[in-house]
Design a protein around this ligand. Sequence first.
Ligand code: ZN
Length: 288
Amino acid sequence: MQIDQKIHALKLPFYVTSPSGMVLERFVYVYLIYGTEICLIDSGIASSAEEIFDYVRRTDRKVGDISLIVQTHSHPDHIGATRIIKAETGCAVAVHSSEKEWIEDVERQNRERPVPGFHSLVAGPVGVNRVIEDGEIIDLGCGLKLQVIHTPGHSRGSVSLLLSGYNVLFSGDAVPVPGDLPIYEDVAASVTSLKRLKGIPGLRQLLASWDEPRKGTQAYERLDEGLRYLQRVHDSVLGIAENNPSIDEMELCGKVLEDIGIPPIAANQLVARSLSSHLSLREKKEII
Ligand SMILES: [Zn+2]
């Protein structure tokens, strides 16, 4: 799907199986910026490589034009095809310093943050060519410049990328989607990151990995909805923890999910970890 003359969005569906055996249908958006060369924002899962290559060919470009993959972070559905694409095109790979190890040593990532079906999602480890930090500008040529905005919370090294001049923001998984599983490492950092993104003037598009593209005022509404969702989860966690002082992590997880309208069978360690970051803010009723 063409977002504008130089930006394309590719929606890639995939499936994950939860520990309870429930098959969850997911999707991830990958974005392509067409200049003289092509810059990819994330690479999807392992099997996405062929879909990306097909799309590039269908739009009258060459696979070899892909010269850079900028990773919003290192989770499996964002780095899955990076190894294959780099091997095919020789492209460079850029990622925030805090995510580098989990791309270069994917087995370590799987040990430290196990995800069901990890090895079917990730093609393998890949060497990072460029470490990016907050405020850095990635020059894509043809006047296309990506500004790196460090937006931790979902993960330590999550970045959002602002295409300067176009006012298009690629937000990776930084903006929580109401009704989706809450997945972040540090809710307080997420709140700070969302407020920072809200402060960007004149946004024309919000292009997230796990949400549909949002234009203009809808982009800002989405950021507000993300913040309100974090507060909703916070209220739920504190209420349930207060009424059940000896509740264990997974039990809390199931009850909170039920309370916020998500089937408790979807409870897993990643969600439990997100919710525990609310407990460290238990003295604070208002977090947004
Ligand atoms: Zn993620």
